[in-house]
Every structure is written in C-alpha cells, then in structure tokens.
Design a protein around this ligand. Structure first.
Ligand code: OSB
Ligand code: MG
Length: 374
C-alpha cells in the first residue's frame, strides 16, 4: 500500500474532572490525531503526548515537530506491505516513541482493514488462541483534594461495575490513603501508582504497605531507573510494576534479567507502537510475569487500539482502559461501554479499529491541522 497522504490534527478536549498525579494536574488534554491514506482506506492513530512533559519528555508540540519534519517525510510514498515495517522505517529517528506510535497504530489499522480483519485479529495472528472478545479493565483515580472524595469515587466506580481500582500517590498522600481504601473496601483489588515520585530510601514506607494486600505498586522510583527497582523489589511484599522506565523490548529483557519487577504495564505509545508492545507481551509471557495494558487518557481512537493489545493471550491483569465517557463528555469517536457484570469491555468487531470517528466533533476540537503528500 503506497502511503499517499498523512493528515495531522492537534486537538484539545476538556476532561470531565481534573486528573491529578504526582507529576501535575491536567484539566484538559491536547493530543495529535493522525490519519494515513492509501488505496481509498484510512488508518487512524493517536499520539498521546500531551500539554506538558510531565509523564514523558514529549509534548503534543514536540510530537507535531518530529512527525511533520522527520517521521512523516521519511515514510511518504513508501510501500507498506505489513505494519511491522513501520517500526523499522522510523528507527533512524532516536527516541520520540509517542510520536512514532501514532504512525505505527495507523499502519496496523490500515493493513488490518485491507486484510478484512479487526486490529485485534491482525495483532493476534501469531497466537493459536487468537484475540479475546472482551478484556478486563479497571479505573485509574487521580488524587482528590480530600481522602473522603477518593473513597466516594471508589464507591462510585465499583457501583458502575469496575472490578479493579488504581489510586495515584505521592509523598504525603500515600500510606493513609492506602490504609483507608483497604479498610473501606476490604475485598477490592487495589493498586497504587506513584509515577516515579519516590526514592529507594523510601523503602520503609512501602514496607508499611505489606499488610494491605495491594495488587501492585506501579513505578515508585525514577522514570529512567530500572536498576534501583531491582533493589527495592526484594525489600517489599507488594508486587512491583514498571511503567515509565520500560521504553522497549530491550529494557524489558534487562528488567527481567536483573529481577527489577513482578509486572509490566505496557503502553504501546510509550514503547513506540504495537509491534514493540507485542514483543514485550511475548517476553513477559515467556518469563511468566504479570503484564497488562496501561492508558494515557486516550480518546476512542487510542482506546480501541489499546483494547486490541489487551486482547492478546498473555495479558494477565486488567488494563487502564476505562470507558472514554469517564474523561470526555462527547469525544471524537464512538464511546466504549463497560460490561458491568464482569468489568470488561467488548472489542469492536468491525474492520481495523472498528470505530466510527465523529468528523464534525474532530473538526470542532482541532486547533491546528496539516496535510502531507509526497
Ligand atoms: O501512569 O498510568 C499512568 C494517565 C496519564 C499519564 C500516566 C498515567 C495515566 C493513568 C490513566 O493512570 C490511565 C487511563 O488512561 O485511564
Ligand atoms: Mg503509571
């Protein structure tokens, strides 16, 4: 499939409620929506780089620059036979996985459409089991002004049918919150996400959490540091999960080799796309460690592709793939809904991502647009 055209939309949507983590508070979310055009088909991708470089060094503006000045010019007019080629084409540009992942996602979408498959079916082609039809999901709850509000939100989401709760923590907003949540919800799978806010010397704090039967503690230490997680892990009982510090299959091999984690949160965007994400899935599965799919407040475009990754046979824990209606009142694509009886979301069955993009809404939230042709 000759790559005939790529379009970029820089969009901004207001969040239903502010999302606060240890690295900042987000009230509205920028992202870049990308379309790839070939043979009358359109592949969709979402670049989750956002307003500020809090989670990653990339922002929507750096992604726009890297996509329009380097990545897109390097792939225009190329002949895409299979989506795995995209990762190789983008390799000469160092870093910038969030920018690359938007093109990678669109390559999987457009080739799945060409092949008459869903994105999930195409991604799951190497596995005898195939893709799951529904995937387990949980919610990630940002920090609230008062702990009572967090408790009320947990109750609200459990009533909606979510079966796994993730709470954001930072120094001074951690052990008491975790204790209270455990006390109020003794049987709920609860996990904490620190987004790199702690030091190895905080090990005693995590030891205090030993009795709380947490599902896991996500990324307690620095966002680039795998080594010190291997030092923290044997000191604590809660399973340790890595998010920020896993950028590639190579990082995954290293983390597994030195015993840095019990679990990996795969965000396809953080690792440059779905080909790399699937390789990480395979490594975790072979090593017998837990693996699940993380989220970045995606629109329906990104959520659909996360669902596809979460449908692979090795994914063993619920993903941060809550319904998009949690974040956006209207959104640019069909909403996904929770099956409240088992805390799952059913994968779309249409071709490619299987979503309907609301072009009018996309236009309404677009701040900047560009078209690239050979
Ligand atoms: O660390 O998992 C994270 C959102 C933005 C940036 C980082 C993270 C998150 C979440 C939200 O926890 C997950 C979601 O999309 O629901
Ligand atoms: Mg995280």
């Amino acid at each position: 499939m000759k790559i005939e055209r790529v379009d970029l939309h820089l969009i901004n949507q207001r969040l239903i409620r502010p999302f606060k983590t240890s690295f900042g508070t987000q009230l509205d979310r920028d992202c870049v929506i990308l379309t790839l055009h070939s043979e009358g088909l359109t592949g969709w991708g979402e670049c989750v780089a956002s307003n500020d470089p809090g989670y990653s060094y990339e922002t929507a503006v750096t992604a726009w620059h890297v996509l329009s000045d380097f990545l897109i010019p390097s792939i225009l007019d190329k002949d895409l036979a299979e989506p795995e080629q995209m990762r190789e084409w983008l390799r000469p540009v160092r870093g910038h996985p969030l920018a690359k992942a938007a093109l990678d996602q669109a390559a999987w979408d457009i080739t799945a459409k060409r092949d008459g498959l869903s994105f999930a079916q195409k991604l799951a082609a190497p596995y005898a089991e195939g893709a799951k039809e529904r995937v387990h999901v949980g919610v990630s709850i940002g920090m609230q002004p008062a702990m009572a509000q967090t408790m009320a939100l947990i109750e609200h989401h459990l009533a909606e049918g979510y079966g796994r709760i993730k709470l954001k923590i930072k120094p001074g907003h951690d052990i008491e919150l975790a204790r209270l949540a455990r006390q109020n919800f003794p049987d709920t799978p609860i996990m904490l996400d620190a987004n790199s806010a702690y030091k190895l010397s905080d090990a005693p704090l995590f030891q205090e959490m030993n009795g709380l039967h947490l599902l896991m503690i996500e990324q307690p230490l620095d966002y680039e540091d795998i080594y010190q997680h291997s030092k923290l892990r044997p000191q604590i009982q809660s399973p340790l999960c890595l998010d920020e510090s896993i950028h590639s299959a190579a990082d995954t091999r290293f983390a597994l080799e030195i015993g840095a984690c019990d679990i990996i949160n795969i965000k396809p965007s953080r690792v440059g796309g779905w080909t790399e994400a699937r390789e990480i899935h395979d490594l975790c599965r072979a090593a017998g460690i837990g693996v699940w799919v993380g989220g970045m407040l995606e629109t329906g475009v990104g959520r659909a592709a996360q669902l596809a990754l979460a449908s692979l046979p090795g994914i063993s824990l619920p993903g941060d793939i809550s319904a998009t209606s949690r974040y956006y009142k209207q959104d640019i694509a069909t909403h996904f809904f929770l099956n409240s009886e088992d805390s799952t979301i059913t994968l779309p069955t249409g071709l490619g991502l299987g979503i309907e993009v609301d072009v009018e809404r996309l236009t309404a939230v677009t701040k900047q647009k560009a078209t690239f042709t050979p």
